[in-house]
Design a protein around this ligand. Sequence first.
Ligand code: PRP
Ligand code: URA
Length: 216
Amino acid sequence: MSATTDSNICIIDHPLVTHKLSFLRQKSTGSKEFRALVEEIAALMAYEATRDLPTEDETIETPLETTTGRFISGKKLGIVPILRAGLGMLEGILKLVPNAKVGHIGLYRNEKTLEPVEYFCKLPDDLPERDILLLDPMLATGGSAVAAVEALIARGAKPEHMKFLCLLASPEGLKRLSEAFPMVGIYTAAVDSSLDDNGYIRPGLGDAGDRIFGTL
Ligand code: PRP
Ligand code: URA
């Protein structure tokens, strides 16, 4: 997997990811295909974002002899999609880590102020004992991501055990999240050029939630 890392920021620019992301950006891509692409890219990103999971050796028996297997150890995983659009990434990640527990944080951006408003939060009871993958396809102003990390911290999670996975980030959003929480690893498939006056990432892919759920 090809990835460019800069401190806590990792840009996953593998050709499979850039190829699928380019289809995602196209306005001609309909909801059915859009959903499938979001899920596929999320799975490819999870592959990179779980690279540093600790493993431990254990003796196993093959049909021919005894050998040493290496199994994932350490903290269990929690996956937290930010509603709504983060839901689009969930299944792709669960395909790789099917035993992870799933929490949900509901946030929407006030259209005028662009400030996030929390409307739902349901998280695993043992959240502080888990490594957390926080999902949202879009890191625009960064307000929603910062609010979601704050909501997790308020419920006992540690920023050093969190990773934020998005498909597109603006330079402003990356700066805001990484300055607020330098311990949170940020994984994105691309960093776009700018944010427009309405808080949309340019060139972007439009409104991710609307395109996933067909509510345009
Ligand atoms: C979108 C997106 C992020 C947020 C990003 O959600 O999915 O959650 O905007 O913007 P920010 O970085 O400026 O906070 P939206 O509020 O449109 O809600 P939705 O997912 O329900 O469509
Ligand atoms: N939310 C989206 O869905 N798209 C953007 O470009 C910005 C925020």
